[in-house]
Design a protein. Structure first.
Length: 147
């Protein structure tokens, strides 16, 4: 049954070489395997597959999340690598030092190398946001979470 099967997140890229440079140099991912014109990365006990597509940046839905223990430390590390964070005006989730806090979660969003496409962003959160009513993150944003 699918509930017992592993699931893989996808990162669409219109330019895989550019996206690899961003995710490997700025985010710090290490490629495990080049596959079908894309790249598989291991993140913790899971995998993410970056694949080439002309449709990169067109999704308005969430795609993946990193779950980290210390959002502040992750944000500081990514900023030191040159990652620029996004700011959103959300009721009940004030932003401070590039981190929104609300609904029991801390969240930080950044655009990846395919960021010229609206809505192509990533997030880091210390607790899993479900996307259900009361979730504090902006809707329609593909992001990556952290716990």
């Amino acid at each position: 049954m699918l509930r017992n099967a592993a699931i893989r997140a996808y990162i669409p890229a219109s330019d895989v070489a550019r996206a690899r440079k961003f995710y490997e140099e700025k985010v710090g991912l290490e490629p495990r395997e080049v596959y079908a014109g894309g790249v598989i990365y291991e993140c913790g006990d899971t995998e993410v597959f970056m694949y080439p597509t002309a449709n990169a940046g067109t999704s308005k839905a969430s795609q993946a999340y990193w779950q980290v223990d210390d959002v502040e430390a992750e944000v500081a590390d990514l900023e030191a690598r040159g990652v620029k964070f996004e700011h959103y005006d959300m009721p009940g989730a004030p932003m401070k030092d590039n981190i929104a806090t609300g609904g029991g979660a801390k969240t930080a969003w950044f655009k990846d190398s395919e960021g010229e496409h609206p809505g192509r962003q990533s997030a880091i959160e210390p607790s899993l946001n479900t996307g259900r009513k009361g979730d504090s993150r902006p809707s329609g944003q593909p992001h990556m979470i952290a716990r």
